[in-house]
Design a protein around this ligand. Structure first.
Ligand code: ZN
Length: 416
């Protein structure tokens, strides 16, 4: 079973993520938040008792209880009186974190490559997922009505600049007459805060030679809607410096550790200066493994040069839930296997993504008053083999697996 020593013995191989306040990671175990005044008659709904709470948003890492009332976090402190709880769940020998946030996945279930969010996200410890452009302006109302509104997982979405989203492989991106910034921005604006941004895919097999014009239109939509743009960049027609140049503070480069032409490394394995410049002005770097997007070799070379991505995400689809990616806790374990410490990896799926997009609620933290979205994990010890998108393997000593989640105060126990 894990102990405190396990949490601190790992060595940071990369640089500090730009989203993390300086010094946040220096303390291995911070003091718990002061206990709130307690009235013996004050009942609350749920007590998560005796787990190791890791909440990087508050620099918490220690044996603490979590009290939940009316769908919100009431208190995180030591030894909360059990008789005040209407229901108690033991988290002994478990890790308790803010509900995980997957910043890149696809859940248009039944359409193209969409997976089922409640099965593969909520059921795996992910209380919030960002659907990365499965729907565009023509398809979003259907996606919202039949998927977002009927799921227990909190689903926040990006509207694709193509009106049909990713229903078809090329999504219509090769046809510029389809790309309408005004219609895209209107659909996004009308659906805030369920919509948190705009999405475009820049791959030469999808856009052909139109990628910079398509990017310009996606940025226009993002400007009109006053939202961030997530840009899928993998094997693009144009060079990476040309693509990064117009990206703004808060825009997201997803698939940043891909090993294809026009990637983040030059021919000598050095990070291109334009990537550092983009990071310096606030562009977010997200790995999103998917089928073809993550190279351990590229990730390790970047981390060795102090360039760790800001978030960890899956690009989960019906294909990747079965192959190499599986779920977000596996991706967190995978990044631990290549040198990211547990606390930092948890920040990359909680407080960091919560700062990138407006999810319409206070999530990614266990602060008092935040949404009671909580994940309870087992941290297994052993030898675990992980694969990147090229089939390269790394072995890790830790594996997170979901045991239970709390979503807006409601407890779901994972039976498997
Ligand atoms: Zn994707």
């Amino acid at each position: 079973m894990p102990n405190r020593r396990d949490f601190t013995k790992l060595v940071l191989a990369g640089g500090a993520g730009m989203l993390a306040p300086r010094g946040l990671w220096s303390a291995a175990a911070a003091a718990a938040a002061p206990a709130l005044p307690q009235n013996a008659d004050d009942k609350f709904d749920l007590l998560i008792e005796g787990g190791t709470v890791i909440d990087p948003s508050q620099n918490l890492n220690g044996l603490l209880d979590v009290a939940v009332k009316d769908g919100k976090i009431l208190e995180v402190s030591k030894n909360i009186a059990k008789d005040r709880a209407l229901k108690t769940v033991s988290a002994k020998d478990r890790i308790v974190t803010p509900g995980f946030i997957d910043m890149h996945a696809h859940c248009y279930d039944g359409v193209s490559i969409g997976m089922n969010a409640d099965r593969y996200c909520l059921g795996r410890g992910v209380t919030t997922m960002l659907d990365a452009g499965s729907a565009g302006s023509a398809t979003f109302p259907n996606f919202r009505k039949y998927i977002i509104n009927t799921s227990t997982t909190r689903i926040v979405a990006l509207v694709h600049i193509s009106p049909i989203g990713t229903i078809m492989f090329d999504g219509g991106l090769s046809n510029l007459s389809w790309l309408n910034p005004q219609a895209t921005a209107k659909m996004a604006t009308d659906n805030k805060p369920v919509v948190a941004g705009i999405k475009i895919q820049l791959t030469k097999a999808i856009t052909g030679s139109n990628d910079l014009e398509a990017l310009k239109r996606a940025l226009q939509a993002a400007e009109i809607a006053r939202l961030p743009l997530m840009v899928h960049i993998e094997d693009p027609f144009s060079t990476l410096p040309e693509i990064l140049k117009p990206l703004r503070k808060g825009d997201v480069f997803t698939h940043c550790y891909t090993n294809h032409e026009h990637g983040i490394l030059d021919g000598n394995g050095k990070i291109i200066p334009e990537a550092r410049e983009a990071r310096d002005r606030g562009v977010i770097f997200d790995p999103a493994q998917g089928q073809t997007h993550l190279s351990f070799d590229v990730a390790e070379k970047c981390m060795a040069q102090g360039f760790l991505c800001d978030t960890i995400s899956t690009d989960l689809t019906i294909v990747t839930v079965e192959r190499r990616v599986f779920d977000l806790p596996t991706m967190v374990s995978k990044f631990m296997a290549i040198g990211v410490p547990l606390d930092k990896a948890i920040a990359m799926v909680t407080v960091n993504p919560a700062r990138v997009f407006d999810f319409g609620a206070q999530i990614g933290t266990l602060r008092r008053g935040a949404e009671a979205d909580v994940s309870i994990f087992e941290l297994g010890d052993g030898k675990f083999e992980f694969e990147d998108s090229e089939g390269m393997k790394r072995t890790g000593q830790k594996m997170l697996s979901s045991k239970a989640v709390v979503r807006r105060g409601q407890l779901f126990i994972n039976a498997v």
